[in-house]
Design a protein. Structure first.
Lengths: 200, 332
């Protein structure tokens, strides 16, 4: 089985936010929630870089470890999914996530948290809904993965900065790019997410 | 060479040195064709994470809290929650229960040595008991629903299954959130009502020297509250403030806190709560099975006169004196 990962080549990212828009449109993400966002480091200074970031679908995912009701789990493809029927909205996965991926719609009193929402790698949900069903789409968004397709954000990326797919293959593509052009700011988040870096 | 020329030369050398020092720390890199490549001179995540614990930047979307790109501290918090808190908390709570069981086996139920006199004296007024039981009931509810968040998936989940456990935990979360207000109200009442009688006095030293009443044939003197009770009072107020403040920070996400603030608040909330539970377990023990005649003080509000004389001699002496004096003046 291939291990699915994301890799953002920050030397190609132009901060166009097409990935953010593609994600919102494909998954019909609720108002106020952004499963993906682009963060610009050193904005307006030398060495400025933009990085597109969402759930990295970590190895040994900390969100799944701390979840008090065990509703988050990695699939055999390494995609981290969750079951919204079981989520209690405690916020612990947000404290544990190194990438700020889990978000909560505000419901009821005080800014209290509803069911957690995050990037699903366009692979539907981890609940009992049938894969590709309307019920699954309403709760979790698109299930492109079940149709053999990669996440919409990476597929839409105009500069092919954001790479999705088998971790070994995208690491190889990134490595070739770095060798050819002679530089690269690294695979952002990889050491934290996967306990490994891309050797170039 | 004139002095002026020397001066010019020195200035020039200094200027060169200054320019050399001002060159950016990251060296200019060259492209494959040998030309300088300005875009290659970039800092990576490794350097950024060495400078600060979190990498933050600018985001285009209005959600400012999403500007944190990477915070590896999440994994540290995961380790605290899954390893340190679970094992530490388990050891502290089970250890306290074991110590209390040993204490009961050795000491048994401390009796009223003079036996019951049959005469009752009022120890706690109805309003004082209300404040105590408001705090006590909300503490038990908060404690059980809180422990469920940390230990539930190890203890309760295998028994009831994931769906029922999720439903219970969802209700428990809301009960925990709302009961917190009752607890804070009770804590405030207790602080105000019992503040004066819990100020430390000289008699507390004597109480300690006499072994706190746990040594037979040694009388430990005390006022309305003995030193042990005062310790419970002050520790409860300190712990109560800590869990209330940290709890409200967690209840209102991003109000005055960021991700680091909420991680720290959760650590404070969990650690203090575990210690608080251990303290109250001891308090419950000595107030129920640990001592004869103690529970009725908070139960009915009245204690036996002999119990009062044995445990709170200065308080009962003062109380009896104040009760007889007005009647004596009335008789005149």
């Amino acid at each position: 089985m291939a291990r699915m990962k994301f890799l953002c080549d920050a030397d190609r990212c132009i901060d166009c936010n097409a990935c953010v828009t593609a994600c919102k449109n494909e998954n019909e993400v609720p108002w106020g929630i952004n499963r993906r966002r682009v963060v610009t480091i050193n904005d307006g200074k030398p060495g400025e870089r933009s990085v597109s970031m969402a759930c990295m679908h970590c190895t040994d995912p900390p969100c799944a470890a701390v979840c008090p009701v065990n509703c988050i789990f990695p699939t055999e493809d390494g995609v981290v999914l969750h079951n919204k029927d079981q989520c209690i909205g405690c916020g612990y996965c947000f404290y544990a996530c190194p990438f700020g991926a889990p978000q909560y719609p505000q419901v009821g009193n005080f800014g209290s948290r509803g069911k957690m929402d995050k990037c699903t790698y366009c692979a539907g949900g981890g609940g009992p809904e049938a894969p590709g069903s309307a019920a699954e789409f309403a709760k979790y968004g698109s299930n492109r993965f079940g149709e053999g397709k990669l996440p919409m954000c990476a597929e839409m990326c105009s500069t092919k900065s954001l790479l999705a797919g088998d971790g070994d293959i995208i690491a190889q593509i990134y490595g070739e790019r770095v060798r050819k052009r002679g530089y690269g700011s690294g695979a952002w988040g990889w050491t934290t997410a996967y306990h490994e870096d891309v050797e170039v | 060479m004139t002095f002026l020329a020397r001066f010019r030369l020195a200035t020039f050398v200094l200027m060169l040195l200054a320019i050399a020092a001002a060159v950016p720390v990251f060296a200019q890199k060259l492209g494959p064709d040998g030309a300088p490549n300005p875009t290659a001179s970039v800092t990576g995540q490794r350097e950024l994470l060495q400078q600060e614990p979190r990498i933050t930047g600018r985001v285009d979307i209005p959600d400012i809290k999403s500007s944190v790109l990477i915070q590896p501290a999440g994994r540290t918090w995961d380790y605290f929650h899954q390893v340190l808190l679970r094992w530490g908390g388990g050891v502290v709570i089970l250890g306290t229960v074991a110590l209390l069981a040993i204490a009961y086996l050795i000491l048994g139920k401390l009796p009223i040595s003079a036996g019951r006199s049959g005469r009752k004296v009022v120890r706690f007024e109805a309003f004082e008991r209300f404040a105590h039981w408001l705090t006590a009931a909300s503490f038990v509810i908060l404690g059980l629903t809180g422990l469920n968040i940390t230990f539930g998936k190890a203890l309760l989940l295998p028994l009831v299954g994931p769906d029922l456990f999720a439903a219970i935990s969802q209700i428990a979360k809301y009960v925990h959130n709302f009961t917190s207000f009752a607890f804070v109200a009770g804590l405030l009442l207790i602080t105000v009502i019992f503040f004066k009688d819990n100020l430390l006095e000289k008699v507390d030293m004597d109480w300690l020297k006499q072994g706190g009443g746990f040594i037979k044939n040694r009388h430990a003197p005390a006022g309305r509250f003995n030193f042990g009770e005062k310790l419970v009072f002050w520790l409860s107020i300190a712990a109560g403030i800590a869990v209330s403040v940290s709890g409200f920070l967690l209840l209102f996400p991003f109000y005055g806190t960021d991700i680091l603030g909420m991680q720290l608040a959760q650590v404070v909330h969990a650690v203090v709560a575990i210690l608080f539970v251990a303290l109250i377990l001891g308090h419950i023990y000595i107030g129920t099975v640990g001592m004869e005649g103690a529970f009725e003080a908070m139960g009915t509000g009245e204690v036996d006169l002999n119990w009062a004389k044995e445990h709170h001699d200065q308080w009962i002496a003062k109380k009896l004196a104040s009760e007889t004096r007005p009647s004596a003046t009335a008789a005149e």
